[in-house]
Each structure stands twice: as structure tokens, then as C-alpha cells.
Design a protein around this ligand. Structure first.
Ligand code: 4GP
Length: 742
């Protein structure tokens, strides 16, 4: 039989084309095969969406080949792996990005042309994967792309929400939220791994059990839910490295509640089982105000527990004990959301693997690092003890034990300074006793990262001052970045071609520093002219979109002045709108002859407001009301327009950014941890109007003050201004808004 098997394997390899071919006729055959066998349409009759599906599956086949090779390679090498744990990933669309990173986008475009299809048109058929809220989530997506491109053995772990971030619909100027059931039409970019499943347990009690002559704790959970893996291969550019973003979906466990079945309540028993799926059903859209919600905590533990079971299983496949665990495993906590992972690793090592507490603690202290994305102390998560005790009773005990040891150690270091001890404790005593997740993460991580230099300074001097004084060596920062693959090559193909032409290489697509080579051509009039043409085409594309979405006709010779990001008071869209009202007011009061000196301007604002954030919702309404007034005033005409672009998401950003002339990043100084939008605009040759905040401080050092419009109060001036309160100017401007809008 052995001989037969070998023959069988050889036959199989013989039949396998080692790598799928990428010449036009192989690609065409491939696409048409997918039309027929995957999409199950006749190859003589299929529409754009079906063509997109077939195309996506054809690209996915090629991804899978590289993905398998990557897994095999790293399995053999057994390197230290990076595990990036994040509740949110804002991936956007995958088709263009994947085809470009595989290096076969143009071949596909040619192959499709002969079949009568346009690559770009099919790419438009894809919906966004919007499994995140804002900057933090988009950063996770950029990081996955870069980890793959830079050949890291990295894994991303997160949740496969059935409903992504809500769709924003504007009715009568107000934001309305609609569910984003993004999986409605299938998702060719994921691979369901029905065999990669783990039980995740909740509730129950903790009992003492006799063990080796002593006692040990045993958790007797009350509910089990199954986590099923969905793998999203992430290809690097210019490499075969294709890493995995593994997202977990909740399914009812196979363990049957015999009691309900036996009592004949079959329907209710099935309905109760089905409830398990709600854990991964919806992304919380509240960006930072979801304190104390049980479902949120369940989501966090669900993805943390499944991910760690997977990570530990992978480690144990090639190791017989935990000695090498810290040399093989790095766990990166993306904000505090996954910090239950700390208690979970302790629980698994102590309760299940029977390591001593001190040995387990030693391992934990070497494997975790933590990145925080906020500057606001009130933005840091707290979990009420009552909630944790009911949902994860053993984890609460472990956190208490960690805290006990830590506070004892702290007393030795700082003495009995009770104020400070209580500030630094992981457990907050108060009306609602809670666990401070950031304190847990800091105590147990070897590194605490900020996302820009000023952010790191703020962490050290304000938000985590006590901790910095204790452990200065833990504090570090990595200024955020964005990937030029998504934000130039995918979103602005004409600029990408121009850059490659003028640099004489495409190497900048892997190494962004090479863009500096363009400096040598900075004064070249031909380059300017070509760049201007690229911008013009992108503006035309954007103008068409604006007209389709809002009915407003805008002139492409006007300056496009853009502010797109989540709506927040600190990001100050309100200030932008007030500025627009002021500009309108000036134009109205101007002599006709002076109007020729005004640069015509199209102001574009886009962003979603958290559903429970009333002021942010009102800002959207105000923007639409001001737009209504200005856009319908024939006296002002093309001199000023205001457009609110609905349903801002990654794909909308890909369209808007290449067409912008000026972009606004005007957060109150000291509030934006980093900001990444500015980098995307800069890459596309757009001017910045920005406050000295977050990463802008470092951007200024790179590009120089003279190459941007620096705006507003500096960070050190803000407290005094707040103290002083509003000046008279503000109410006056409000009065003008009211006059024109109402
Ligand atoms: C954001 C920060 O507000 C932004 O400044 C930063 O660039 C981004 O994270 C990535 O680090 N924070 C969030 C959040 O999105 O949910 O806290």
C-alpha cells in the first residue's frame, strides 16, 4: 500500500502545475473556469459582478499558492513569530491590492480587455471590508501589508464581524445608520477553515481541587462557544511572503444541552444555541465609549482565547516544553482591547500546562508589548469587576493575584505613597470597582509604544507618568506610517506610473525612502506639467463622484480643500465649517470687482459620527445645512461650494485623496495621538493645513514649515486658552451661522 501511495503522490505532483501561469490566455481560461465552476454561470453570459467574482477567485488561487509556500517555509524555519492582536482591521477592498502585490495586475487587465471587461470597472464591484472604526483599524491594515512585504513571519488575529462599521446615509442633512451586512454577496478573499476551531468558555465557577498534595484552582465554565477560523491571505509586494490575517467567527458548540432536548423543547434549544453567533455578529461603532458592556467583553475574550489556543498549539507542534516560548512568540496588543490575553496566558500556563506561577509570570513578562492609540485618560478602558467576575471568574482571580504581587513590589520601590499606589493599581476602587486594562497592559508588557514622538512624550509626562518614572526603559514610540502600495499604487495609478518613470525604477514601491530621489527633479517643468495633468484627471474623477453622490456640480479648476476623518470635537470639523461660513460671508460682502481675486474653492468634508455622539451628529447636520445655503446661492457660484461626502470609508478615501489640493488636519494641539490621513495626502502631493499635533510635528521636520500651512495654537498654549474660555469672536461667528443657515 505504501508503494501505491507514493505513486499516487507522484501522480498528483505531475498533474499540478507548480505555479499557476500568468500569461493572458492562462488568465482568461482561469477566469472563465471560475465563471463556470465557482460562480456557476455560463461562460457565455455573466455580468460585471459575476466577472468580478471569477476574477477574485482567480487572484485568490495565486494567493493561496504563495500562502502555502509561506506556511511551509516558516514551519521548517521555526522563527520567532509576531502575533498582532487587534479587535479592528479596516482592510477596504482587496482585488487591486492583491493583484498589484502579486505583480500581475496589468496581465489581468490585458486578459480582461480581450474578454470585453475593464479591470477598474470590475474592481468597483467589490464592497469594503470595514471591520473597524478609524485610524487604529486602518493602521492595523497598513501594518499587515508592510509585515508581509518586509518578509516577517507575522500573523494578524481579530474578529470576523458579520456586520462591519455602519453605512452612513444622509437624510434631510442628518446621519442615519444602516447595517453593513458585508458578507451578503460572499467574500472570495477569505478561506473558511472548518477544521481550525477551538472551544471558548465563559461564566461558571472556580473550585479548589486537590493536586500533588496541595490545592489548585479549577474553572468550571458554564457556557462553551466554538471559534471557527477564517483566513485572509495578505500578500507582500515583490516577495512570495504571504501572511495570514486569521479572523474568528462564533458558532454554537457541538456540546449539546441534553436537558432542553430531553424536555422536548427542541426549538428553544436550537434558538439558544444559535445565540452564540451574536458574539462575532457586530462591530461596536462607538470608538472608545463602550465601557462596561458585556457583549464587548465577550468579544474581547472570545478572540483572545481562540487566538492563544491557536498560537500555543502551533508552538507545541515543534516544542515539548515552554522554555523557548519567549524566543518564538511575540504578542503585540493593539491598544488595550486584547489585554485579557495577559490573564489568559497565565491561566493556560498555570492551570492547564501546570507551570509554577513564577515561571509563567516570567514568560508573560517577556512576550507582550502594548501600543496605545489615545492621549485621553478617559479613553482608557475599564472593566467593572462584577462583570468580569461573572463572565470570567478565573481571570479575575488571576488579575487580582498579578496585582497583589505587583503592588507588594511597588511598595518596596516607592514606599507607602497611598495616592500613587492607588493610581497605579490595576484595580480601581470606587463607586464601581473596575479593572484598568491599560495598567494591566503596562505592568505585564516589556514595551509600551506611543504612535508618534509627541504622543510618547504625553504618555511619559501625563497619561502614564507614574509608570514612566518607575520603568522608563519600557517606554518607546514608533511613529505611525501608511503603505504607499495602497495609498499611491492602488489609489493613484497615474501618479504611480509618473513616479516610476521619473525615478527610473519601481523599487520605491517596496522602499518608500527612495521617493526622496524625486528631489533631484524638483525644478523640472516637464515633471510639474505631468504631475498637474495627473491631478487634473483625479479631480475630474472626484468631481463626477461628488455630482453622483450629492448632485452638486463642482468646477475642477477650483481648489479642492478636503477634511475627511471620523467626526470628533477634537478634530474640529466645526471650526472648518465656521471658517467656511466666514469665507462665504466675506465673498458676499465683497465688491464685485474684488471677487476676481478670490481663488474658487470646493470644500469637501466626510466622516462618520459615532451613533451615540450627539454633538458629532449635529456637526454633520450643520455641515449639510451650510452646504445647502452656499451651494444654492447663484451670487456666489463657483467661488465657493461645500460638499459633505456620505459614507466615508477606505474606498472613498482612495478616490478623494488623489484629487485633493489642500487637506486639513486641525485637531486641537495635544489631542491627536498621531494622525495618518496627513501622510496619505502628502504622498499624493497634496498641501497640508495642519496644527502642530501628533505626527505633524515630525512631518514638519521632514518637509519644513515653508512647505505647509501651519495653523493654530501650540500644545503648550492650549491650557491657558482653555482657562480663559471663549473669546467674543466665537459667539459672533455663531450668530452669522445662524443668520445664514436658519
Ligand atoms: C487613532 C488616533 O486617534 C490617531 O491619532 C492615530 O493615528 C491612530 O489611532 C493610529 O494610531 N485612534 C483610534 C482609536 O482610532 O480608536 O483610539
Amino acid at each position: 500500500r505504501g508503494g501505491e501511495t507514493r505513486v499516487g503522490v507522484e501522480r498528483m505532483f505531475g498533474l499540478m502545475d507548480r505555479f499557476l501561469k500568468s500569461d493572458p490566455s492562462s488568465l482568461q481560461k482561469d477566469i472563465l473556469d471560475h465563471v463556470e465552476y465557482t460562480v456557476a454561470r455560463s461562460r457565455f453570459s455573466f455580468d460585471d459582478f459575476e466577472a468580478y467574482q471569477a476574477l477574485a477567485h482567480s487572484v485568490r488561487d495565486r494567493l493561496i499558492e504563495r500562502w502555502h509556500d509561506t506556511q511551509l517555509h516558516f514551519k521548517k524555519k521555526d522563527p520567532k513569530r509576531i502575533y498582532f492582536l487587534s479587535m479592528e482591521f479596516l482592510m477596504g477592498r482587496s482585488l487591486s491590492n492583491s493583484a498589484i502585490n502579486l505583480g500581475i495586475r496589468d496581465q489581468y487587465a490585458d486578459a480582461l480587455k480581450e474578454l470585453g471587461f475593464e479591470f477598474e470597472v470590475l474592481a468597483e464591484q467589490e464592497g469594503d471590508a470595514a471591520l473597524g472604526n478609524g485610524g487604529l483599524a486602518r493602521l492595523s491594515a497598513c501594518q499587515m501589508d508592510s509585515l508581509a512585504t518586509m518578509d516577517y513571519p507575522a500573523w494578524g488575529y481579530g474578529l470576523r464581524y458579520q456586520y462591519g462599521l455602519f453605512r452612513q446615509v444622509i437624510l434631510d442633512g442628518y446621519q442615519h445608520e444602516q447595517p453593513d451586512y458585508w458578507l451578503n454577496f460572499g467574500n472570495p478573499w477569505e478561506i473558511e477553515r472548518v477544521h481550525v476551531t477551538y472551544p471558548v468558555k465563559f461564566y461558571g465557577t472556580v473550585e479548589d481541587e486537590n493536586f500533588n498534595g496541595g490545592k489548585r484552582k479549577v474553572w468550571l465554565p458554564g457556557e462553551t462557544v466554538e471559534a471557527v477560523a477564517y483566513d485572509n491571505p495578505i500578500p507582500g509586494h515583490g516577495t512570495r511572503n504571504t501572511i495570514t490575517l486569521r479572523l474568528w467567527a462564533a458558532k454554537p458548540s457541538d456540546q449539546i444541552d441534553m436537558e432542553s432536548y430531553n424536555t422536548g423543547d427542541y426549538i428553544n434549544a436550537v434558538v439558544n444555541r444559535q445565540r452564540a453567533e451574536t458574539i462575532s455578529s457586530v462591530l461596536f461603532p462607538d470608538d472608545r465609549s463602550y465601557q462596561g458592556k458585556e457583549l464587548r467583553l465577550k468579544q474581547q475574550y472570545f478572540f483572545v482565547s481562540a487566538s492563544l489556543q491557536d498560537i500555543i498549539r502551533r508552538f507545541k507542534d515543534s516544542h515539548s516544553n515552554f522554555d523557548d516560548f519567549p524566543e518564538k512568540v511575540a504578542l503585540q496588543l493593539n491598544d488595550t482591547h486584547p489585554s485579557l490575553a495577559i490573564a489568559e496566558v497565565m491561566r493556560v500556563l498555570v492551570d492547564e500546562e501546570h507551570l509554577g506561577w513564577n515561571r509563567a509570570w516570567d514568560i508573560v513578562c517577556k512576550i507582550f508589548s502594548f501600543t496605545t492609540h489615545t492621549v485621553l485618560p478617559e479613553g482608557l478602558e475599564k472593566v467593572p469587576v462584577d462583570l468580569l467576575e461573572s463572565l470570567l471568574p478565573r481571570h479575575l482571580q488571576i488579575i487580582y493575584d498579578i496585582n497583589f504581587d505587583y503592588i507588594e513590589e511597588l511598595k518596596k520601590r516607592i514606599g507607602l505613597d497611598y495616592d500613587r499606589l492607588s493610581r497605579m493599581s490595576i484595580v480601581e476602587d470606587g463607586a464601581i470597582k473596575s479593572i484598568r486594562m491599560a495598567n494591566l497592559a503596562i505592568v505585564c508588557s516589556h514595551t509600551v509604544n506611543g504612535v508618534s514622538r509627541v504622543h510618547s512624550e504625553l504618555l511619559k509626562t501625563r497619561v502614564f507618568k507614574d509608570f514612566y518614572e518607575l520603568w522608563p526603559h519600557k517606554f518607546d514610540y514608533k511613529t505611525n506610517g501608511v503603505t504607499q502600495r495602497r495609498w499611491i499604487v492602488v489609489s493613484n495609478p497615474s501618479l504611480s506610473a509618473l513616479i516610476s518613470k521619473w525615478l527610473g525604477t519601481e523599487a520605491w514601491i517596496r522602499d518608500v525612502d527612495l521617493l526622496a530621489g524625486l528631489q533631484e527633479q524638483a525644478a523640472n517643468a516637464d515633471l510639474h506639467e505631468e504631475w498637474r495633468m495627473v491631478r487634473k484627471v483625479n479631480k475630474m474623477r472626484l468631481a463626477e463622484y461628488i455630482e453622483a453622490m450629492s448632485g452638486v456640480k463642482v468646477s475642477v479648476s477650483a481648489m479642492f480643500d478636503v477634511q475627511i476623518k471620523r467626526i470628533h470635537e477634537y478634530k474640529r470639523q466645526l471650526l472648518n465649517i465656521l471658517g467656511i461660513v466666514h469665507r462665504y460671508d466675506c465673498i458676499k460682502n465683497m465688491e464685485k470687482s474684488d471677487r476676481t481675486k478670490v481663488v474658487p474653492r470646493v470644500c469637501i468634508i466626510g466622516g462618520k459620527a459615532a451613533p451615540g455622539y450627539e454633538i458629532a451628529r449635529k456637526i454633520i447636520k450643520l455641515c449639510n445645512a451650510v452646504a445647502e445655503k452656499i451651494n444654492n446661492d447663484p451670487d456666489v457660484g463657483d467661488l465657493l461650494k461645500l460638499v459633505f461626502i456620505p459614507d466615508y470609508n477606505v474606498s472613498v478615501a482612495e478616490l478623494v485623496i488623489p484629487g485633493a489640493d489642500l487637506s486639513q488636519h486641525i485637531s486641537t494641539a495635544g489631542h491627536e495621538a498621531s494622525g495618518t490621513g496627513s501622510m496619505k495626502f502628502l504622498m499624493n502631493g497634496c498641501l497640508l493645513l495642519a496644527t502642530e499635533d501628533g505626527s505633524t510635528v515630525e512631518i514638519i521636520e521632514e518637509i519644513g514649515k515653508d512647505n505647509m500651512f501651519l495653523f493654530g495654537a501650540k500644545m503648550h498654549e492650549v491650557p491657558a486658552l482653555r482657562e480663559k474660555g471663549p473669546t467674543l469672536k466665537v459667539p459672533l461667528q455663531f450668530a452669522r451661522v445662524v443668520r445664514y443657515v436658519m
